[in-house]
Design a protein around this ligand. Structure first.
Ligand SMILES: NC(=O)C1=CN([C@@H]2O[C@H](COP(=O)(O)OP(=O)(O)OC[C@H]3O[C@@H](n4cnc5c(N)ncnc54)[C@H](OP(=O)(O)O)[C@@H]3O)[C@@H](O)[C@H]2O)C=CC1
Ligand SMILES: Nc1c(N[C@@H]2O[C@H](COP(=O)(O)O)[C@@H](O)[C@H]2O)[nH]c(=O)[nH]c1=O
Length: 595
C-alpha cells in the first residue's frame, strides 16, 4: 500500500479553484479554513504522550463571523470525543456554525459519538483535514454527516490551494504514526541523538553523560512519552546502563526494546528492572539460551528472530500493534536502521561543546556512501533552540499522503460508479505471479479471436494486442509481423517484436491503430474473462476496489511509478467488471420476476 499512497488525482470535478471574479473571496475563505484546521491539528496534539495508542483528534467550532466558539481534543480512546467537548463549550453558538476537524472521526455509531454531537448541535458545515486513515473507518463519518444534511468539505478534495495544502500537511503530521499504520508494514520510527558540535555522541572512552542540556533531555522524556517503545542496541546497554523512562512527570511510559545479537549483556542493568515498565530483548535465534532464561526470570521478555535486523524487528512490532518507535541507539544500530529504510524522522540535539577524539563515536555509522551527492537530504527541516542546544529535525521519508491512488477520479467514476476513489482500496497487479497477476495481459491464458474470415488462437492477450497493430495492412512484411507475433514463444517476446517493429518500421502499422487500440484490448479482455470462469470470479471479487496496473514504464495502459500513468488497463478491467455486475443483477431480477 505504501507506494500506492503517493498517487494523486489528476483532476476532480469537485475541486473549486479561485476565479478572477471572486479570487480574493475564495482566498480569504481558504485562509480562514486553513487557520482553523491548523488550530484543530495543534489542539489534537495536546493528548500526544498522555495516552496510547495515539490517534489525535482536535475540533474547533467557529461562528459564521469567524470567531472561535468552542474547542476540544480527544484525551484517550473511549473518552469524550473532541467534537462533543467543543460542542459543549460552544453551546448555542453551534447552530449554523462550522466545525473544523483535523481528522475524520473514527466512530459514527451510538449516542455519544462525534457525529451525533455535531448533528444534534446543529452545526451547518464541517471541514475535515484528512479522512480517517484506516480503511474500514474511512469515509463512514463523512457519509453519516452528509446523510444528516451537514455540508462536509475535505481538504484536498473539496478545495485545493497552497494554504490548504499546508494545513492538510499539519493534519498528516500530527497523526503520522496512525497514517503509517494504515499504509506500511513497519511503525513510524524516529531516530533521536544528542551530539557535540564536532559530531560526537560520546567521548572516545564511550562516556556520554551528558552531551545535551537538562532542558533538551526533558524534551527527550516528552518524545519517549509519545512513543510506544524506545529501542537501543546492546552496546548502549553495556556502555550507558540506560533507564529509558519518560520522567517529565506525566504521560505514558514506553516499552524498552534492546536489540542484541550476542546477548553478551550485563547481569545487572536498569533495563532488567521491569517493576514499572516492561523490557523486551530482541535477539538472534539460539543466542545464549542460559542468559535468555536469566532474563525471563527477571520478567524480561525475549523474542528470537531468524534474522535479527531492524526491518524484521520493526515488522514484528508493527504486527504487535506498535505505532511509533523512538530509536535512541548509537551509530552502529542507527546506520543499520537507516540502511534498511525503517527510520522516518531524525531529531538531533546539537550541543555547543567540542570533545574531539578520532575514535569517538558519531550518530550514524557506515552507510556505504562515498560521494556527498549520495547524502540523504532531510525534508521539512525544523530548527529550534532548546536552552543552549540547537534542535534540528526533519523527515527522511515523507509522511505518506492519503489522497486516492488512481490517476483520475472522474474517469474511474464514469467507468464504475460503485467505486469511490477516496474510500476504496486499491488492487495493484503487474507481474503474472502477483496475487491478481492473471489480470495482466501477459498471463498465460490463450484466447480465440476472429482473424479475417476465420478464428485464430492467441497464446495471450498480449499476443493478440501486439499482432493487431499490423492487421489489415496490405504489405507482405506486415503479414509476416502478425505471424511472427502469433507464434512468439512468450507474451514478452510478442511484446518485444510488436514494439520494435512499430518503432523501426512505422509504415507497417495500421493507420487507425491509435483509434482502435482501446477497443482491440477491450475485446481481447472480454474474450479472456468469459473464456475462463475462474478469472471472471476473481474479477468480480474485486468489486468496489480500484484496479491499477502497477507498470512503472507504461504510462498509457499502466499507472506509472508515481501514479502519473493513465491506467487504461485497470480502467478497462473495472469497466468489464461493471458490465458483468450489471449482467448478473439483470439476470437476478428476471429470475425473481419469473418466480
Ligand atoms: N549521545 C547519544 O544520543 C547516544 C550516545 N550513545 C553512545 O553510543 C555508544 C554506543 O554506540 P554503538 O556502539 O553504535 O551501539 P548501538 O547502540 O548502536 O548498539 C550496537 C549493537 O546493537 C546490536 N545490534 C543488533 N542488531 C544489530 C544490527 N542489525 N545492526 C547493528 N547492531 C545491531 C549489537 O549488539 P550486541 O553486540 O549485543 O549483539 C550491536 O553491537 C556509547 O558510547 C553510548 O554512550 C548511544 C545512544 C545515544
Ligand atoms: N547522552 C545523551 C543521551 N543518550 C541517550 O539517553 C540514554 C540514557 O537515558 P536515561 O538512562 O533514561 O537517562 C542513553 O542510553 C542514550 O540512549 N541522550 C540525550 O538526550 N542527551 C545526551 O547527552
Amino acid at each position: 500500500m505504501a507506494a500506492a499512497l503517493s498517487f494523486r488525482l489528476s483532476s476532480s470535478p469537485l475541486i473549486c479553484r479561485a476565479t478572477l471574479s471572486n479570487g480574493d473571496n475564495v482566498r480569504n475563505h481558504h485562509a480562514t479554513d486553513a487557520s482553523f484546521i491548523r488550530r484543530a491539528a495543534d489542539l489534537s496534539e495536546m493528548s500526544a504522550g498522555l495516552t496510547s495508542p495515539h490517534p489525535n483528534f482536535g475540533c474547533v467550532i467557529a461562528t459564521s463571523s469567524g470567531k472561535v466558539a468552542g474547542e476540544g481534543y480527544l484525551y484517550a480512546q473511549g473518552t469524550k470525543p473532541a467534537e462533543a467537548i467543543a460542542v459543549e463549550a460552544a453551546g448555542e453558538f453551534c447552530r449554523g456554525s462550522t466545525a473544523y476537524l483535523n481528522m475524520e472521526p473514527g466512530d459514527c455509531h451510538g449516542d455519544h459519538t462525534a457525529v451525533s454531537a455535531l448533528v444534534q448541535a446543529g452545526v451547518g458545515r464541517v471541514v475535515v483535514g484528512i479522512r480517517h486513515p484506516l480503511q474500514h473507518l474511512r469515509g463512514s463519518a463523512i457519509r453519516e454527516l452528509r446523510s444528516h444534511g451537514v455540508e462536509v468539505n475535505v481538504l484536498g478534495e473539496s478545495f485545493q490551494s497552497k494554504v490548504l495544502d499546508e494545513a492538510r500537511k499539519s493534519c498528516l503530521l500530527v497523526n503520522a504514526p496512525l497514517i503509517h499504520r494504515a499504509c506500511s508494514r513497519v511503525p513510524f520510527s524516529l531516530l533521536k541523538y544528542a551530539m557535540t558540535l564536532d559530531g560526537k555522541i560520546a567521548a572516545s572512552s564511550g562516556h556520554a553523560a551528558w552531551i545535551s542540556s537538562k532542558l533538551s533531555r526533558t524534551r527527550v522524556f516528552e518524545l519517549r512519552g509519545r512513543s510506544d517503545a524506545v529501542i537501543v542496541g546492546g552496546n548502549t546497554v553495556r556502555q550507558d546502563d540506560p533507564r529509558l523512562t519518560a520522567r517529565h512527570g506525566q504521560g505514558h511510559t514506553p516499552t524498552r526494546i534492546v536489540m542484541s545479537q550476542s546477548l553478551d549483556l550485563p547481569e545487572k542493568a536498569n533495563l532488567w528492572d521491569v517493576s514499572e515498565v516492561s523490557t523486551i530483548v530482541a535477539t538472534q535465534r539460539g543466542a545464549r539460551k542460559s542468559y535468555q532464561k536469566f532474563l525471563a526470570s527477571k520478567g524480561v521478555e525475549v523474542v528470537e528472530f531468524d534474522m535479527l535486523n531492524p526491518r524484521e524487528v520493526m515488522e514484528y512490532f508493527h504486527q504487535r500493534g506498535y505505532l511509533s518507535i523512538l530509536w535512541e541507539c548509537g551509530g552502529t544500530l542507527a546506520a543499520s536502521a537507516i540502511s534498511s529504510g525503517v527510520i522516518h524522522k531524525v531529531v538531533a540535539f546539537i550541543a555547543p561543546k567540542i570533545i574531539g577524539g578520532s575514535k569517538a563515536p558519531s550518530p550514524v555509522g557506515e552507510l556505504g556512501m562515498v560521494e556527498m551527492t549520495q547524502a540523504l537530504n532531510l525534508i521539512d527541516v525544523c530548527y529550534e533552540q532548546v536552552g543552549p542546544d540547537m534542535l534540528v529535525s526533519g523527515f527522511l521519508q515523507p509522511v505518506p499522503d492519503l489522497l486516492p491512488v488512481i490517476p483520475s477520479e472522474d474517469a474511474t467514476f464514469e467507468i464504475d460508479p460503485s467505486v469511490n476513489p477516496f474510500e476504496s482500496s486499491i488492487i495493484f497487479f503487474y507481474k503474472t505471479w502477483d496475487l491478481y497477476g492473471s489480470f495482466s495481459n501477459f498471463s498465460p491464458h490463450p484466447i480465440r479471436m476472429p482473424y479475417g474470415d476465420d478464428y485464430r488462437t492467441w497464446s495471450s492477450v498480449e499476443h493478440y494486442y501486439q499482432a493487431n497493430k499490423f492487421v489489415g495492412v496490405e504489405i507482405p512484411l506486415a503479414h509476416d509481423c502478425v505471424e511472427k507475433i502469433r507464434i512468439a514463444k512468450s507474451p514478452e517476446e510478442a511484446a518485444s517484436i510488436g514494439r520494435s517493429k512499430q518503432r523501426q518500421q512505422p509504415e507497417l502499422v495500421r493507420s487507425d491503430w491509435e483509434d482502435v487500440k482501446i477497443e482491440v484490448m477491450y475485446m481481447a479482455l472480454k474474450c479472456k474473462f468469459s473464456t475462463y470462469p475462474h478469472l471472471k470470479t476473481l474479477l468480480l471479487s474485486t468489486a468496489g476496489s480500484v484496479l491499477v496496473e502497477a507498470s512503472p514504464h507504461d504510462l498509457f495502459w499502466g499507472g506509472g511509478r508515481e501514479g502519473e500513468g493513465l491506467n487504461y488497463l485497470g480502467r478497462q478491467l473495472m469497466q468489464l467488471r461493471s458490465e458483468y455486475m450489471s449482467e448478473s443483477s439483470v439476470s437476478a431480477e428476471s429470475t425473481s420476476l419469473a418466480l
